[in-house]
Every structure is written in structure tokens, then in C-alpha cells.
Design a protein around this ligand. Structure first.
Ligand code: PDD
Length: 277
């Protein structure tokens, strides 16, 4: 079952107009929200970010917090899996003709739920490889827009090179991953790019920061350089669906001689604890 414009229907029966601006222009925003043991994880934070994305592109939020909660909970109840990832998108809606500028339309709301199987600690401890690329995206990466062409090209490159993620740099500074936020550990300090127009403010990013504080790491929300990674003690990526993954090989060069720093284990365990709260 999926949710489309106020109705729960079978996915196969869900359809939208060819005039939908999401289809024509990628004119919409989205969220990916994990559900653990049947409980929606950090719903308020995700809905706050959704509100920011909607405000940035002048779409009125069609639902209140409570209405979102009711819709998402009902959609969850159709699937037997206790761990799920909810994908929700809102586009500007369907117009009568294709034009770049817009009038006020009725937004199209689509939500689907998919089973979520986070990797176990043992699977994560193997480590993952990544490669770096120049960040060619626009300067409003804080908007969680469905227009993801650059990210799609990166994701395809990652697939072709069999790496977990593409890590992006702008003017030698690491911004984020193609689908994740990035952290560098050096001398007990965890560095990550500050929030702003050049990254998506990840919900998991905030939880990594609070978990890292609990693990007595110092936090520096300041940009770090691509060259700094050569001497890093650790490199991690984070997202709602991947949680916190240690990168042990970047551009075919080992990070910290391929050894995952014990701080990752502490932050990982703390994050897992948050899921049970
Ligand atoms: N992506 N940065 C980018 C560019 C992302 O696409 C994502 C997540 C993140 C991490 O955000 P969060 O911790 O809130 O998931 C950072 C989702 C999972 C996606 O596009 O499917």
C-alpha cells in the first residue's frame, strides 16, 4: 500500500498527471524517515526539515504534525516489518501547461514504506570504500529537493566502481557524501562541515554529534580539507538508512592503515541506544 493525495491505495494503482511539476521539473521536496520496532524515529526533526524545504520553495505544507503522524502510522500498519524506511515526497502539483514559473497549485503528496535492514555492527566493522569527486551541485543543498541529477550521477559512479559512497569536495573542503554526511576523526576531535547552503542538514548528523559528545569526543563543525584525510584517525558517513558507516579505504588509500578507531564503536553503540529510547 502507498499513500497518494489523501488515499491509501495499492502501489500498482497509484498514478499522477503528466502535468505534475514533480514529473516535468523535479519541482518538489522529500524526506526519508526510519521506523524502528514500529516507532517512527525522530519524526519531529524530519517534519521540521520538511517544513524548511517547503518554505524554501514556497509550497504550503498540506498537513499538520498530528496529521502527518496519523498518515505515517497508518501506512506503517499495512506492512508486517517492524523496521521500515518511509519515503515521502511533496511536489508543487499539476498545472494545465508546462511553464517554469508557477501559480498556487494543490501539492501532490506521495508516501511509500519499504523494509529497512540496517547493517549489523559485525557487518559495519568490515569497513567500506569510497572515492572523492568535486562537488558540482548547486548552492541550496540544504533543501531536500527531488531534483537529484548530480547525486544520481555520483551514485551511478559509485556503483560502477563498486564503492559505498562518493565523498564530495568544494574548493578542497569536504562538504558531504552524495547521499550522506561525512565526519573526520583526528586526535579525539570529530570534524564535520557546518550546516548551511552547501550540505543537507542530516538528522543522523545531529545524532552522531550528540553521540560523539557522549563518547567524550570534541566536535568541530568546521570544514576539513581533502588533504587532511590522509592523516585522519577515522572517516565516517551517516544517513537515516545507513546509520554510521566507517570508511576504511578512500581513493584506494587506507584510512588509519585500514583500522577502525574505537571511537566509532562507542558512537555506533550510543546511536543504537537512541533507537530504543
Ligand atoms: N539521503 N546528505 C545528503 C545529500 C543526503 O541525501 C542524505 C540522506 C544525508 C543524510 O541525511 P539524514 O541523516 O537525514 O538521512 C545527507 C537520504 C537517505 C536519501 O536521499 O535517500
Amino acid at each position: 500500500m502507498v499513500f497518494l493525495n489523501g488515499t491509501f491505495i495499492q502501489k500498482i494503482k497509484a498514478s499522477i498527471s503528466v502535468m505534475d511539476r514533480g514529473f516535468l521539473f523535479g519541482d518538489g521536496v522529500y524526506e526519508v524517515i526510519p521506523v524502528y520496532q514500529g516507532k517512527i524515529f525522530r519524526l519531529t526533526e524530519h517534519l521540521d526539515r520538511l517544513q524548511n524545504s517547503l518554505d524554501s520553495i514556497q509550497i504550503t505544507n498540506p498537513y499538520s504534525h498530528d496529521e502527518w503522524h496519523t498518515i505515517l502510522t497508518k501506512l506503517n500498519s499495512f506492512s508486517p516489518e517492524l523496521d521500515q524506511s518511509l519515503y515521502l515526497q511533496i511536489t508543487r502539483g499539476a498545472d494545465t501547461q508546462r511553464k517554469h514559473n508557477f501559480d498556487t497549485l494543490t501539492p501532490t503528496v506521495y508516501i511509500e514504506a519499504n523494509p529497512l535492514t540496517p547493517k549489523s555492527k559485525a557487518q559495519l566493522k568490515i569497513g567500506f570504500s569510497a572515492m572523492t569527486r568535486e562537488d558540482i551541485r548547486w548552492h541550496r543543498c540544504d533543501i531536500k529537493s527531488t531534483s537529484l541529477l548530480a547525486n544520481i550521477l555520483y551514485a551511478q559512479e559509485a556503483k560502477q566502481h563498486q564503492v559505498e559512497e562518493i565523498i564530495l569536495f568544494r574548493n578542497h573542503e569536504i562538504t558531504e557524501g552524495a547521499t550522506s554526511n561525512v565526519f573526520m576523526l583526528k586526535d579525539n576531535t570529530l570534524f564535520t562541515h557546518p550546516t548551511g547552503p552547501n550540505i543537507l542538514s542530516g538528522i543522523t548528523r545531529d545524532l552522531v554529534i550528540s553521540s560523539a559528545k557522549a563518547c567524550r569526543l570534541d566536535i568541530q563543525e568546521t570544514p576539513f580539507l581533502l588533504d587532511d584525510i590522509q592523516h585522519a584517525d577515522g572517516l565516517w558517513i551517516s544517513s537515516s538508512t545507513r546509520e554510521i558507516m566507517p570508511i576504511t579505504l578512500l581513493d584506494n588509500r587506507p584510512i588509519n592503515q585500514g583500522v577502525i578507531h574505537p571511537a566509532w564503536s562507542c558512537v555506533h553503540d550510543h546511536y543504537q541506544q537512541l533507537k530504543n529510547d
